[in-house]
Design a protein around this ligand. Structure first.
Ligand SMILES: *[C@@H]1O[C@H](CO)[C@@H](O)[C@H](O)[C@H]1NC(C)=O
Ligand SMILES: *[C@@H]1O[C@H](CO)[C@@H](O)[C@H](O)[C@H]1NC(C)=O
Ligand SMILES: *[C@@H]1O[C@H](CO)[C@@H](O)[C@H](O)[C@H]1NC(C)=O
Length: 151
C-alpha cells in the first residue's frame, strides 16, 4: 500500500514537471515550419485577379535571414513551393517575426530572362497559425508581401 502511494506521488510529480516544462517551452515536441510559394513576377507576388495563374519560381534558393545572417535555407520545388523547418528551442518565434526576412537568393532572371538579374526578393515573416498533429505542435509561418531590394 505504501509503495503504491509512493508510486502515485512520483507519477503525480512527473506529470507536474512535464506540464511545467510544457508551459515554459510551449510544447516539448514543437516545430516551426516556414513555407509558401515563390512567384516568378516582377515583385515576387502573385498577380492579383490575373486571368492566367502567375507562374511560380522553381528551384529558387530561399533563405531565412536575420540581421544579415542566414540561419537556414531551402529550395523551391517544381511548383515554386518551399518549406523550411526550424527547431523552436533554437529560434524564438518573436525574433523570427520581428528581425528575420525570407530572402530569395536566386535572381528573378533565372525563372524569366525578361526579369531583372540584379536585386533580391525579400518578405517579412507572418504567423499563419498553429496545428497540432498528435504530440507535435507545428507553428506555421508564411512570407508576407515581397519586395525587390537593391535592383
Ligand atoms: C481583385 O478582386 C477583388 C474581388 O473581386 C477586389 O476586391 C480587388 O480590388 C481586386 N484587385 C485588383 C488589384 O484589381
Ligand atoms: C511541390 O510541393 C507541394 C507541397 O508539398 C506539392 O503539393 C507539389 O506537388 C510539389 N510539386 C512538385 C512539382 O514536386
Ligand atoms: C516574363 O516576364 C515578362 C515581363 O514581366 C512578362 O511579360 C512575360 O509574360 C513573362 N514570361 C513568362 C513565361 O511568364
Amino acid at each position: 500500500m505504501a509503495m503504491k502511494s509512493t508510486l502515485l506521488v512520483t507519477l503525480f510529480a512527473l506529470v507536474l514537471l512535464a506540464s511545467q516544462a510544457e508551459a515554459q517551452f510551449g510544447s516539448l515536441l514543437g516545430l516551426l515550419n516556414i513555407g509558401g510559394t515563390i512567384f516568378c513576377s516582377a515583385n515576387g507576388n502573385a498577380i492579383a485577379n490575373s486571368t492566367t495563374p502567375t507562374p511560380t519560381f522553381a528551384n529558387a534558393l530561399v533563405q531565412i535571414s536575420c540581421g544579415g545572417n542566414v540561419i537556414s535555407s531551402g529550395l523551391t520545388n517544381g511548383s515554386g513551393v518551399f518549406s523550411i523547418v526550424l527547431n523552436p528551442l533554437q529560434f524564438l518565434l518573436t525574433t523570427l517575426l520581428s528581425s528575420c526576412n525570407l530572402v530569395v537568393a536566386s535572381p528573378l532572371s533565372s525563372c524569366n530572362s525578361s526579369l531583372p538579374s540584379t536585386g533580391i526578393l525579400q518578405a517579412p515573416l507572418q504567423l499563419a497559425g498553429t496545428v497540432i498533429r498528435g504530440l507535435l505542435s507545428i507553428v506555421n509561418l508564411i512570407p508576407g508581401t515581397f519586395e525587390l531590394i537593391g535592383a
